[in-house]
Design a protein around this ligand. Structure first.
Ligand code: FBP
Length: 548
């Protein structure tokens, strides 16, 4: 395989790890834990894995002999930079505990476990992927591991390969399912430990115990680089308004972090839109006002950041989507019989008055997207809705009206962008390379300590890596009960942007100035070699959250 000069140099990078992981460790138990809410229900659903203590690994002088052990690993869900380093850390960790231990990767996600598709991950393979982006070493997939039949089918291959521990690298849902699996295997005495690792560029798997999910750092840096480049172009030609949608599913962490890094003229935060009960028209008016004010100063250019999940946070749109989801689930067959050209009118005739009016007011493309195929959970695929075009179109219309009324006298030429996949497989930043490797190595220590139902955790990551704290958090500790597809289920609480949190407050304190004055910051590309202040800075979000 031909490699770039950077790939070759980067392969030799030695990830930085917490001091404790540099030699033998001892597991120190904290107090017994409780779930964040619904303690009685969670306890009854997880009788074998509830209440376990938080674990911290400390340096030890004692060298313990560990038996050789076969371990399995799964990458679950969307790609996130650093996944390969989690696997490399896990591999190095199990080999350090006993060189005869072996690692197996299940192919293309959780489905590989159920379908018995796997490969042994040898040193040669691992070395090929150190410090690289992507999940292509073993592939990833979105099959949900949630049914007993899947667990039993998986156990067959785990037994066949003599695997005694399974590491599932995934987001909140995959880690919830990892815990259900841990509980089940413990309950039936399967002799297989299950450990989770916090992954997702979306940054929404974090809480008191987990500082951040891996991949968020690199993805935000990639997006911020290109947003910065666009801003420089924008400030050079001074003729376009750039509407930039950013991936991130529901939460606005990515948009907010990119705003903190690049200081755009406008950034919409979905969580604020919901809290203030803003309508689509309120958002459009907010943007149009800034466009008009800048035009009055002779600045017919600017940048707008839009989180991909925005639409679902506009309360009226949320009600419309809920009714549509429900209606299309019940009338799927009938709907599919209707000619494409008549589908819009059909939906308008079937919805309640409020939702029908709103649906009718939407541009054709967006209305169509709302009626297209759902994801496996029956939900609208928000990442396919072109919110950036929807907003710019509506802003353009409003400005045209204002122009007629003499309230606005400028030029409005929009450009559209969507950044998502560009950032998900980038070569991990030093932060993600170090954090991921440490998470994987920590997972091997949890396995060696005989733990199950834990998520690998590395904390204090705004300090130099030497001072990071490795340990394990019982997954049940992060759970609460939530309604999912009409049923109450135990799930890890998803972290949305907190409006009283430091990152949002920092943004809110500056946004008026950023709107009117051109205060763009151009972060430039991720640097892998060079001074630590250039290469090792964690995200602004993390720095602000951890500033005590
Ligand atoms: P995960 O939640 O699985 O980490 O995926 C994150 C994400 O990149 C979202 O930001 C985005 O909405 C979604 O995946 C896109 O999914 P797909 O890769 O299936 O197109």
């Amino acid at each position: 395989m031909v490699k770039s000069a950077l790939q070759i140099a980067r392969a030799a990078y030695q990830p930085k790890v917490p001091a404790a992981l540099k030699g033998p460790v001892k597991a120190v138990d904290g107090e017994a834990t409780q779930s964040v809410a619904n303690q009685e229900e969670i306890k009854s659903l997880f009788p074998n894995t509830y209440g376990m203590p938080v674990i911290t690994f400390e340096q030890s002088n004692e060298t313990v002999e560990f038996p050789a052990m076969n371990v399995g690993v799964i990458l679950s869900g969307g790609q996130a930079p650093g996944g390969h380093n989690v696997i490399a850390g896990l591999f190095d960790g199990i080999k350090a505990h006993n060189p005869a231990s072996r690692l197996y990767g299940f192919i293309l996600g959780p489905g590989g476990l159920v379908d018995h598709k796997y490969m042994e991950l040898t040193a040669d393979i691992i070395d090929e992927y150190r410090n690289t982006g992507g999940f292509d070493m073993i592939g990833s997939g979105r099959t949900k591991l949630e049914k007993k039949e899947q667990f039993d089918k998986g156990l067959e291959i785990l037994k066949e390969l003599g695997i005694k521990a399974l590491v599932i690298i995934g987001g909140d849902d995959s880690n919830t399912n990892a815990c259900v699996l841990a509980e089940y295997y413990k309950a039936i005495g399967a002799g297989v430990q299950v450990i989770g690792c916090p992954k997702t560029i979306d940054g929404d798997l974090k809480n008191e115990q987990i500082e951040t999910s891996f991949g968020f750092d690199t993805a935000c840096k990639v997006y911020s680089e290109v947003i910065g480049n666009i801003q420089r172009d924008c400030n050079s030609a001074q003729k376009y308004w750039h509407f930039i949608k950013l991936m991130g599913r529901s939460a606005s962490h990515i948009a907010l972090e990119c705003a903190l890094q690049t200081q755009p003229n406008i950034c919409i935060v979905s969580e604020e839109v919901e809290a203030k009960d803003m309508s689509l028209d309120d958002i459009v008016t907010y943007i149009a006002n800034i466009v008009a004010k800048r035009a009055a100063e002779g600045h017919n250019f600017g940048t707008v950041l839009i989180p991909e999940g925005l639409i679902e946070f506009v309360p009226a749109m949320k009600r419309l989507i809920a009714e549509l989801n429900d209606f299309l689930a019940k009338n799927d067959a009938e709907f599919k019989m209707i000619k494409k050209s008549e589908q819009r009118a059909y939906i308008i005739s079937k919805l309640s008055k409020e939702n029908s009016d709103l649906y009718a007011s939407l541009p054709e493309g967006v209305a169509r997207q709302l009626s297209l195929d759902r994801d496996p959970h029956g939900n609208v695929q928000v990442s396919l809705i072109e919110t950036e075009k929807l907003l710019s179109e509506m802003v353009g219309k409003k400005l045209a009206v204002w122009k007629e009324e003499g309230k606005y006298n400028g030029k409005f030429a929009p450009q559209h962008h969507f950044f998502g996949y560009e950032g998900r497989c980038a070569a991990p930043s030093n932060y993600d390379a170090d954090y991921c490797y440490s998470l994987g190595y920590t997972a091997s220590c949890l396995i060696a300590a005989g733990k199950t139902g834990y998520m690998s955790s590395v904390r204090n990551t705004t300090a130099p890596a030497d001072q990071w704290i490795a340990g394990g958090i019982p997954v049940t500790m992060m759970m609460n009960m939530e309604r999912r597809h009409g049923e109450m289920k135990p799930v890890i609480q998803k972290a949305l942007v907190k409006l009283d949190g430091a990152p949002f407050k920092e943004f809110a304190a500056h946004r008026e100035e950023w709107a009117m004055n051109t205060c763009y910051v151009y972060p430039g590309p991720i640097q892998y070699f060079g001074p630590t202040e250039v290469c090792d800075q964690p995200t602004k979000t993390l720095q602000l959250e951890q500033k005590k």
